[in-house]
Design a protein. Structure first.
Length: 600
């Protein structure tokens, strides 16, 4: 009997065939379907003791085989009677399969190296997670909902209305029951689940959702400008229904309900004295916060999805990623987060399990274009990018690991387009700099980075590359990341600063709006323009994926012209855990749920 699949096969298909096929057009390794040479992935298999029919699927392009020679292996179609070893799901949790990866270049979105649990879930115990940094608040109206800034803590306290599913690359209902839209994506109807309550017993009904989101907008939350610019009206026709009417079509509107605006805060969280107590409907509640040391979250026995298996979730704040890795290996913590390429490569060499989101332009630098700053001159900004050899810079910073690329979305991304970023061209950089100097610029520029070994290597590499074309670079190493954030985000007292822009594969638009539009709240002095505003609006409103890619191509062209920031390359953000941990579920911005997790 022939096997026909209109998508890559998965282990759970449980069919009786093995896939192998030798071709320059297809790649295969470790039981995973990989890209065709033209940027798609293998699909539409037909096995019947004859040839395998393959057609590219442009909807889900994966990693570039040219950057990963290990993928140059064979795929063979055998007759029925053998076991299927095709594609595994990228996001199955403890009782499913996942992508296998042992090097940085093999990574893609979803679950990595996750083996099925050998038995039933067990209850009890505390899971300890080594975080990247300590949040200043657990209020989603103040703190960016991302893994690096306290998003894991907040997600497990509040839950979210929607969740990013890396397997389908879509946003799916989480605390909501459903989310529907009209034909032009201007009206969205959210239906809530029955009987969901906050940890204090108050109902999570339509009025509570609207009140929380109005509070978010009023408090100028991290994505509030995006919300205010688009959401014209929020109505609650009954206790389980919230209707959003938008000013513009927004096909990816569900994405914003997986981050801060989708984390619903109880009205009782705001005290009459102005104090704030984190009260949400998530699987855990705040038990204790010892600043600079740890946050302890206790299981919420009334959680809508069922009582958590764990008694508690402890988030600890150690001295850095390497300390987290070392402590994970010795059993001092159960899970952690890494993102720098050499650290990611390190944990992958152990076969460590985890959840990955890919973040474009996470290795980058932002440029202050305020009057009097060097970056106010577009020739100077362009000269900087032309002076940067992105692959060499990445190699120097991360000890030969990682992907260096000046293109906003490199070839691994579904948002990759024909237009590349500005290529390394020191002669062109020198000519632009000389022209600026002829008009009075003295060539001096200050580069700010924090006092870590990686940041110091980054700063010294930036200095060497820019001075090679005639800049006079002053490196300012500040004591901590918080000092760097204060200088950049609060004081705007900088010329150029290393910074992570982190445009997400799941939906890059919210962060692009925040950092690249004139109405964004995270531009921090970077250049914006009406032309970029119009392109971002077009990208937001377009529903067709090919049309969105065409707009993204024009966005890359505009970036090449304006150079609002410097791009060195992407990161793979990796939440990792040891072999005793099961049941972790991923979401947007590399945040993870521990509500269904357990330990052996």
């Amino acid at each position: 009997m022939p096997l026909e699949l209109n998508r890559p096969p998965r282990l759970r298909d449980n069919t009786n065939a093995a896939l192998f096929f030798a071709s320059d057009e297809s790649e295969y390794i470790s039981g995973v379907c990989l890209p065709t040479a033209d940027g798609g992935i293998l699909t539409d298999f037909h096995l019947d003791r004859g040839p395998v029919r393959l057609s590219p699927n442009k909807e889900n392009p994966m990693l570039d085989p040219q950057r990963n020679p290990r993928w140059k292996t064979a795929l063979v179609a055998a007759a029925a009677g053998l076991a299927l070893t095709g594609c595994a799901s990228a996001t199955d949790t403890a009782d499913g399969a996942s992508l296998s990866a042992s090097t940085f270049s093999e990574l893609r979105e979803g679950m990595i190296n996750v083996e099925p649990a050998s038995g039933d879930a067990t209850s009890g115990g505390t899971l300890t997670f080594g975080a990247y940094s300590e949040p200043r608040s657990l209020d989603p109206a103040e703190t960016i909902a991302a893994v690096t800034t306290g998003g894991v803590e907040m997600l497990n306290v509040y839950d979210s209305l929607m969740r990013f599913d890396a397997e389908t690359a879509t946003f799916v209902p989480q605390m909501a029951e459903s989310l529907d839209h009209d034909d032009d994506y201007r009206t969205w109807t959210l239906t809530l689940r029955d009987d969901v309550t906050f940890s204090n017993g108050d109902p999570v009904d339509a009025a509570a959702v609207r009140s929380s989101q109005e509070r978010y907008a009023r408090s100028k939350g991290p994505e509030s400008s995006l919300w205010i610019d688009n959401v014209r009206e929020v109505s609650t026709p009954d206790t389980r229904t919230v209707v959003y009417r938008l000013d513009n079509p927004w096909p990816e509107f569900p994405g914003i309900l997986a981050t801060g605006p989708g984390m619903i805060v109880a009205a009782a969280a705001d005290g009459p004295d102005g104090s704030f107590t984190p009260i949400g409907a998530g699987p855990f509640t705040l038990e204790r916060w010892a600043p600079t040391t740890e946050i302890v979250l206790a299981a919420n026995d009334t959680y809508w999805a069922g009582q958590p298996h764990l008694d508690a979730l402890k988030i600890v704040y150690l001295s850095g990623q390497q300390t987290n890795i070392d402590t994970l290996r010795t059993g001092g913590i159960d899970a952690s987060f890494v993102r720098e390429p050499d650290h990611v490569e390190d944990v992958l060499s152990d076969g460590t399990s985890g959840y990955v989101n890919l973040a474009a332009a996470q290795n980058a630098a932002i440029i202050n274009t305020a009057e009097g700053r060097p970056g106010a001159d577009p020739r100077v900004r362009r000269a900087m990018q032309l002076a940067i050899d992105a692959p060499q810079m990445t190699d120097r910073i991360y000890n030969g690991y990682g992907l260096g690329d000046s293109t906003l979305f490199p070839e691994y991304s579904r948002w990759h387009t024909e237009t590349s970023g500005l290529a390394y061209d020191p002669e062109a950089a020198r000519a632009l700099l000389d022209a600026a100097k002829a008009d009075g610029y003295d060539g001096k520029v200050e580069y700010i980075k924090a006092n870590t070994p990686t940041d110091q290597r980054s700063a010294l590499t930036f200095e060497a590359m820019l001075e090679a074309v005639g800049f006079d670079v002053q490196v300012n190493i500040v004591p901590t990341v918080n000092d760097q954030i204060r200088l950049v985000a609060a004081d705007r007292n900088y010329d150029v600063s290393g910074w992570g822009l982190a445009f997400r594969e799941s939906d890059p638009y919210p962060k692009m709006f925040a950092t690249m539009s004139s109405g964004g709240t995270q531009t921090y002095g970077m250049y914006t323009s009406p032309e970029m505003d119009a392109l971002l609006a077009e990208f937001q409103q377009e529903a067709d994926l090919d049309a969105k890619r065409a707009t993204m191509d024009r966005i890359q062209q505009q970036i090449n012209q304006d150079v609002p920031f410097l791009v060195y390359g992407p990161f793979a953000e990796f939440v990792v855990w040891n072999d005793s941990v099961h049941g972790v579920v991923g979401s947007a911005n590399t945040m993870v749920f521990f509500g269904g997790a357990w330990k052996d």
